[in-house]
Design a binder for this molecule. Structure first.
Ligand SMILES: [Fe+2]
Length: 206
């Protein structure tokens, strides 16, 4: 008997850690993220009001690539990766383009979580990891067919990764993950003793 994979969900994973200038770029990003977490008063108010366990610029700043050189450098690299991912999943863009329309900082405190979610109004989403101290949360990805599996048995713990219902990806500084924006994901509790810092982003089809 043979079987084949249909309706495949791709996760794109790479690292900028071997790129020229990576150490300086990542240090600049870490400084910029921490600076924003200290100084973005509107963002801090939003995080407090919404019980965000740390800091995010998601609701307060929409211009980081024009505000800070390190973010524009990162965006330039991510644009290339998003184009490569679009090709890998065979998107026919019909002469239009994938455009990064949001990029934001996440500084997750020890013990902090980010509950399960998708990224509406987008095509490709992803995260760049700046700081992942020992014990920092992995990214947990969920089989998009999970709501249809109410009568199905679970999977063996040793099942191949592409048959698992949940997949955990442990990032390192420099890791870039990209996925299609409908793919539900979450950040489980940060078990590190210091902040887990990442930069997330969305691409829309324009
Ligand atoms: Fe997300």
């Amino acid at each position: 008997m043979t079987s084949r994979a249909l309706f495949v969900t791709r996760l794109f994973e790479t690292s900028l850690a071997a790129d020229k200038g990576f150490a300086a770029l990542n240090a600049d990003l870490a400084d910029a993220c921490r600076m924003l977490a200290d100084e973005d008063q509107a963002g801090r108010r939003w995080c407090k009001a919404n019980a965000y366990p740390g800091y995010t610029s998601y609701a307060s700043l929409d211009d980081l690539p024009t505000r800070v050189t390190a973010f524009s450098d990162l965006k330039r690299r991510l644009d290339k990766l998003a184009a490569a991912f679009a090709a890998e999943v065979a998107f026919d863009l019909k002469g239009r383009r994938l455009v990064m329309d949001s990029l934001w900082v996440n500084v997750l405190k020890p013990g902090g979580t980010h509950t399960s979610h998708i990224h509406p109004h987008s095509v490709i989403s992803g995260t760049y990891y700046v700081a992942t101290p020992p014990g920092a949360s992995a990214l947990k990805l969920e089989d998009p067919r999970l709501p249809m599996m109410m009568a199905a048995p679970g999977r063996h713990a040793e099942a191949p990764e592409d048959l698992q219902t949940f997949v955990y990806v442990a990032p390192a500084p420099g890791t870039v993950l990209l996925w299609e924006s409908w793919l539900r994901h979450e950040v489980p509790a940060n078990g590190a003793r210091s902040d887990r810092i990442s930069v997330s982003f969305n691409y829309a089809w324009k």
